[in-house]
Design a protein around this ligand. Structure first.
Ligand code: ADP
Ligand code: MG
Length: 508
C-alpha cells in the first residue's frame, strides 16, 4: 500500500491475534511511514503491546500479514525483526539483571568482541559506552544491571535498541512501549530529542498514556479500543479531549455494576491514611475508608496507585506518613500483620499470591482462619467441610466438589475462593487489586454481586481496577492519582457518578 505516494516502512494488514479467552487484535491495519513517529493510544488491555510485539517478531499473528518496504515478511523472532531493522523497547523491562550493562547491550551480538574464544570485555565496555552516550546517560557499562534504577534501565534499553543504527544499513523502525512512565522529565527530554534527531534514519511507534506527550512527539495517532483500531488521524487534527473520548467512547451500564444495590456507606472510619508515602512510589496520600464503602483508586501506570494498593495489603510498607486501622496506628509491615488487623488482600496474580493451586477448595477457604476449624491442635474435618460447603453455596462457587484442586477451577471461581477465604477469616477490609482481570463477562458480574453483598454487610473495599468504567460503577468515592500524588477526589454514588473524562483529566 502506498501512503502519500510513499511506500510504508512497515505495515500491518488485517492482523488478528487471539490468546486463550481473549481476542487481543481484531483485523488490525496500521502503517508506519518512513521517518514518521506514530502515536498509539488506548485503554489498558486495548491491544497496544500485542500489536507492537507482532511488529517486532515476539508474537506471530493468527491472521493477516506484515509488510516491510511493501513486501510481505514473516518475522519469526525478535532477532529476525532486528535483522530487518525493527527493534522494540518493552513495557515490561527485558534486561537480564544479573548481567552487566555492556553484556545486556550486546547480548546475542558478542561476535565482534571475541578474541579467540574469550570475550574482550574492555572492547565491549568501550563500545557500550558509545551507545550510552547516545542517550546521554552517565553510567558505568561494567556495573551489574540490577544496581540501576528503573529509569536508568529504561535508558539502557533504548541504548541497546539504538545499536541497530550501526548494524543495519536501511531504514529502522523502533517501537517504544510506554517508555516515559518511569522516566523523569529530564530523561523524557533526552529521549524525545533522540527520537527527533533520528528521524531521517528511523520511524517510531510510540505508546504513552500521556496524551500531551503523544501529541507533542507524533505525526499521526492511532486509537485502539478492545483490540481494534477505532480511529487514525494526523496529530495536528487531534487534541487530548478528542483522543480521550475516542479511547473510552462507551457508556457505562449501571445494571452491569449492580448500581441499584449500592448502599450508602456507614459513618465509621475503618482505615485512614495521612501523608502516607512510599519513597519513589507515592507521596502524601490522604484518605478515609468507611465501613461498607468501596473506595476506588484511579491512575495510570506509574501514578503510584499499584504500590499504594500493595501497601494496604501489607506487601509494600510505607516509608512515611501515618496509617490507622480501626483507629489504631498500623504499619502493615507484612501480609501477616495486615491479616491480623482484619485486612484481606486479593491480588491480581491469584496464581502466585492469592491461592494455593495444588490444594483443594476446602483447604484454600479455611486457610485464612485455621483456628476456627481446629480442635486440640487437630483439624476438625467435619467442621472444615461444613465451613467450605457454606461458602461454596453462598458465593455460588462452581466446583465439582470441595475436594477439587483450586488450580482446576476457572479464574472467576478462583477469585471467589480467595474472597471466601478472607470473609471467612473475618476480614473487615478487603483490598481488591484488579479483581476482574482475565475474567469473562459472566464471572465479572458475579464478582460485582459479591462486592455489593459484602459491602452491604459493612465490609470496606479498596479497589484498583483495569477499567475506569469498573472503578466508577463499583465505587462510592474515587481518588485519582497522577505522578505519585492524589490529584482529585470524586463522589461516586448512584445518580452522582463522575464521567470517565472527568477522571482522565486528572490522570494524564
Ligand atoms: P495494552 O498494551 O493495550 O494494555 P495488551 O496488548 O497488553 O494491551 O493486551 C491485550 C489483551 O490481550 C488483554 O486482554 C490482555 O490481557 C491479553 N494478553 C496480552 N498478552 C497476553 C498473553 N501473553 N496471554 C494471554 N493474554 C494476553
Ligand atoms: Mg501494554
Amino acid at each position: 500500500m502506498s501512503a502519500g505516494g510513499r511506500t510504508a516502512a512497515l505495515e500491518l494488514v488485517g492482523v488478528d491475534k487471539r490468546f486463550p479467552g481473549v481476542h487481543a487484535l481484531k483485523n488490525v491495519s496500521l502503517e508506519v511511514r518512513p521517518g514518521e513517529v506514530v502515536g498509539l493510544i488506548g485503554e489498558n488491555g486495548a491491544g497496544k503491546s500485542t500489536l507492537m510485539k507482532i511488529l517486532s517478531g515476539v508474537y506471530q499473528p493468527d491472521g493477516g500479514e506484515i509488510r516491510h518496504d511493501g513486501r510481505k515478511v514473516v518475522l519469526r523472532s525478535p532477532i529476525d525483526a532486528a535483522a530487518t531493522g525493527i527493534g522494540m523497547v518493552h513495557q515490561e523491562q527485558s534486561l537480564l539483571t544479573n548481567l552487566t550493562v555492556a553484556e545486556n547491550i550486546w547480548l546475542g551480538k558478542e561476535k565482534p568482541f571475541l578474541k579467540g574464544r574469550l570475550i574482550d570485555h574492555k572492547a565491549m565496555a568501550a563500545a557500550a559506552r558509545r551507545q550510552l552516550e547516545k542517550v546521554q546517560i552517565d553510567i558505568d557499562p561494567t556495573v551489574v544491571t540490577e544496581k540501576l534504577s528503573f529509569a536508568q534501565r529504561q535508558m539502557v534499553e533504548l541504548a541497546k535498541v539504538l545499536t541497530l543504527e550501526e548494524e543495519i544499513e536501511g531504514h529502522l523502525v523502533i517501537m517504544l512501549d510506554e517508555p516515559t512512565s518511569v522516566l523523569e522529565q529530564a530523561e523524557i527530554d533526552i529521549l524525545f530529542a533522540r527520537v527527533r534527531a533520528l528521524r531521517d534514519r528511523a520511524s517510531f511507534v510510540f505508546v504513552s498514556h500521556r496524551l500531551d506527550e503523544i501529541l507533542d512527539l507524533s505525526d499521526r495517532v492511532y486509537v485502539m479500543k478492545d483490540g481494534a483500531v477505532v480511529a487514525e488521524m494526523p496529530s495536528a487534527d487531534a487534541d487530548t479531549e478528542k483522543l480521550h473520548s475516542l479511547m473510552v467512547g462507551r457508556s457505562r451500564n449501571a445494571e452491569y455494576y449492580k448500581e441499584n444495590r449500592q448502599k450508602p456507606y456507614r459513618p465509621e472510619v475503618v482505615m485512614a491514611a495521612s501523608g502516607l508515602t512510599l519513597a519513589g512510589a507515592y507521596e502524601g496520600v490522604d484518605f478515609e475508608l468507611h465501613a461498607g464503602e468501596v473506595l476506588g483508586i484511579a491512575g495510570v501506570i506509574g501514578s503510584g496507585r499499584e504500590e499504594l494498593a500493595r501497601t494496604l495489603g501489607g506487601l509494600a510498607p510505607a516509608t512515611g506518613g501515618t496509617l490507622t486501622v480501626f483507629g489504631r496506628p498500623a504499619r502493615l509491615a507484612t501480609p501477616g500483620e495486615a491479616v491480623s488487623l482484619g485486612i484481606g488482600y486479593v491480588p491480581r496474580e491469584r496464581r502466585v499470591e492469592g491461592i494455593v493451586g495444588f490444594l483443594p477448595v476446602v483447604a484454600n477457604i479455611t486457610l485464612g482462619n485455621l483456628r476456627a476449624v481446629t480442635r486440640g491442635g487437630l483439624i476438625d474435618h467435619a467442621k472444615e467441610r461444613t465451613t467450605a460447603e457454606t461458602w461454596v453455596k453462598r458465593l455460588a462457587i462452581k466446583t465439582p466438589t470441595i475436594r477439587t484442586l483450586v488450580m482446576n477451577l476457572s479464574g472467576g471461581n478462583q477469585q471467589k475462593v480467595v474472597l471466601a477465604k478472607w470473609i471467612n477469616a473475618g476480614a473487615k477490609i478487603i483490598v481488591l487489586d484488579h479483581p476482574t482481570r482475565g475474567l469473562d463477562v459472566g464471572a465479572k458480574e458475579e464478582v460485582y454481586e459479591l462486592v455489593r453483598s459484602i459491602t452491604a454487610e459493612g465490609v470496606a473495599v479498596i479497589l484498583t481496577s483495569d477499567t475506569l468504567e469498573e472503578t466508577i460503577g463499583l465505587s462510592h468515592r474515587i481518588i485519582v492519582m497522577k505522578d505519585k500524588r492524589v490529584t482529585e477526589r470524586f463522589e461516586a454514588m448512584p445518580g452522582g457518578k463522575p464521567d470517565q473524562l472527568d477522571l482522565i483529566r486528572h490522570m494524564v
